[in-house]
Ligand binder design. Structure first.
Ligand code: ASP
Ligand code: MG
Length: 424
C-alpha cells in the first residue's frame, strides 16, 4: 500500500465528461489499495472569468473579497469530482481549504502555505475514503479565505503530499511528461524518464512551463517525488505506478533509479530551454570608474526588477564603457524609466532597449563533472552563424542571449549537438 497525492489541472477538469475520466483514473489508483488524496484545479478558463468579474465589479477590489471569488472555481470542481467518484461506487468526500485547514499567511491573492492540518484528513483516508481537495485555496490567520497566486494548485498538491508524507505526488496535465526541449520546435524531442529538482527549476524558469516553479522548490525542500503525466489517456492506459510520465526527484533518488536499471539513461545534457520573455538594455558611454555599475543596478534592485545577464564592454578611450544587461520583458518600461530618472547620477549617453532577444539554456547536472559543455554550445552556434550577445553560467546551466529570430534554429542545432534527438 502506498499513499499517493494526485493532482489534476484545469484542462483535465474542463467539464463533467473530462471529470468522469479523472474519476476513473483516481478510482483505479484507489482500487490498488492505496490511500489517495486528489487536488484539483478549476475548469480551464474559469479562474480567468472570475478574475474578470472582480475587475468589472470594482477596479480597486479588496484582495480578501477577490480571494472569495476566485477560489470558487476549485470549490466547484472538487464537489463535482467527489460526486462523480461516488457515482462510480467509490467512497469520496471533499475538503475545502478552510476546512482542513490549509493555514496560510494573510497576503491575499498571493498567500504562502504555513501548515496543513492533516489529522481528520488522514483518518478519513485511512478508512478508505478518497479525499478531494481544491487547490489554490487556504485560510488566513484571521480565518478568511486566501489564494496562492495563479497556477497555485501545483503548490497545493506538493504541500499536501509533504504534509501527509506521501510516497509520490502525481501531477496530471495535458502533456505526458517533461521533454528534452519544446516538441513544437524539435519534433525529435524525447520525453525524459527523470529529471532532478534543480534541473526542473532551470527548465521551468527558462521556458518549459509544465509546473508552477514554486511547487518544484517546495518539493525539493520537502523531498517529495513528483511525477508529471497526462490525464488524456485511454481507459486501458497503464497505471501511474509504472511511471509512464517523468519523475522529478533528488540526486540520490535518481542515482538509485539508475542503479535499479529503470532505464533512466542519463545524458550529459538533460534539456534545452528557451525564453523569449527577456529584454536587453544597453547603456552607452557609462563612466568607467568605481561605483558606476552600482549606480545602475541599485535602483533596479530597489524596484524589485530582476537583472539576469550582465556584460560590461571594454572601455573606450575616453574612460567610458557600454553596459548591457537583461531584465524580464514585462519590467522593461519600468526599468528604462528608472534609469532615465537616474541619468545624472549614473552618467550615460543613451538607453537602448531591445525586446527582440531570446535566452537559450542548456541544462544538466552532468555538467558539474564535465568540461567542454560550454564550448560545444558556442561552436555549434558559431557553425550556424548565430551571434551570441551575452552569456551566463551556473553549476548546471549555460545560457546565451541571441537574436529572437534565431530561437528555433538555435534550439534545433543544440538539441542535435548534444545528441538529444530521438532515433528514427
Ligand atoms: N485555478 C487557478 C489558476 O488558474 C489555480 C490553478 O489552476 O493552478 O490560476
Ligand atoms: Mg497549472
Amino acid at each position: 500500500m502506498a499513499r499517493i497525492v494526485m493532482k489534476f489541472g484545469g484542462t483535465s477538469m474542463a467539464g463533467t465528461e473530462r471529470i468522469r475520466r479523472v474519476a476513473q483514473i483516481v478510482k483505479a489508483q484507489a482500487d490498488r489499495g492505496d490511500e489517495v488524496a486528489v487536488v484539483v484545479s478549476a475548469m480551464a478558463g474559469d479562474t480567468d472569468r472570475l478574475v474578470g468579474f472582480c475587475r468589472e465589479a470594482n477596479a480597486l477590489y479588496d484582495p480578501a473579497e477577490y480571494d472569495v471569488v476566485v477560489s470558487a472555481g476549485e470549490q466547484i470542481t472538487s464537489g463535482l469530482l467527489a460526486m462523480t467518484l461516488q457515482a462510480l461506487g467509490a467512497k469520496a468526500r471533499s475538503w475545502m481549504g478552510w476546512q482542513l485547514p490549509v493555514q496560510t499567511g494573510s497576503a491575499h491573492s498571493k498567500a504562502k502555505i504555513d501548515e496543513i492540518e492533516t489529522g481528520a484528513l488522514l483518518s478519513s483516508m485511512g478508512e478508505g475514503t478518497i479525499a478531494v481537495i481544491p487547490g489554490f485555496q487556504g485560510r488566513s490567520p484571521g480565518g478568511r479565505i486566501t489564494t496562492l497566486g495563479r497556477g497555485g494548485s501545483d503548490t497545493s498538491a506538493v504541500a499536501v503530499a509533504a504534509a501527509v508524507d506521501a510516497d509520490r505526488c502525481d501531477i496530471y496535465t495535458d502533456v505526458d511528461g517533461v521533454y528534452t526541449t519544446d516538441p513544437r520546435i524539435v519534433a525529435r524531442a524525447r520525453k525524459l524518464k527523470a529529471v532532478t529538482y534543480e534541473e526542473m527549476l532551470e527548465l521551468a524558469s527558462v521556458g518549459a512551463k509544465v509546473l508552477q516553479t514554486r511547487s518544484v522548490g517546495l518539493a525539493m525542500k520537502a523531498g517529495v517525488p513528483i511525477q508529471v503525466l497526462s490525464s488524456f489517456t485511454e481507459e486501458d492506459a497503464p497505471v501511474a505506478d509504472t511511471i509512464p510520465g517523468t519523475m522529478i526527484v533528488g540526486d540520490e533518488r535518481l542515482a538509485q533509479m539508475e542503479k535499479e536499471g529503470s532505464s533512466v539513461e542519463r545524458q550529459l545534457i538533460t534539456g534545452i530551454a528557451h525564453d523569449k520573455n527577456e529584454a536587453k538594455i544597453t547603456l552607452t558611454r557609462v563612466p568607467d570608474k568605481p561605483g558606476a555599475v552600482a549606480h545602475i543596478f541599485e535602483p533596479l534592485s530597489d524596484a524589485n526588477i530582476n537583472v539576469d545577464m550582465i556584460i560590461q564592454n571594454v572601455a573606450r578611450d575616453k574612460g567610458e564603457t557600454d553596459v548591457t544587461f537583461t531584465v524580464p520583458a514585462a519590467d522593461l518600461a519600468r526599468a528604462t524609466d528608472i534609469l532615465e530618472n537616474q541619468r545624472e547620477k549614473i552618467g550615460f549617453n543613451r538607453v537602448i532597449p531591445d525586446t527582440r532577444v531570446a535566452k537559450i539554456s542548456v541544462v544538466g547536472v552532468g555538467m558539474k563533472s564535465h568540461a567542454g559543455v560550454a564550448s560545444t554550445m558556442f561552436s555549434a552556434l558559431a557553425d550556424r552563424k548565430i551571434n551570441i550577445v551575452a552569456i551566463t553560467t551556473s553549476e548546471i546551466k549555460v545560457s546565451v542571449l541571441i537574436d529572437e529570430d534565431e530561437t528555433e534554429l538555435a534550439v534545433r542545432v543544440l538539441h542535435t549537438a548534444y545528441g538529444l534527438d530521438a532515433e528514427g
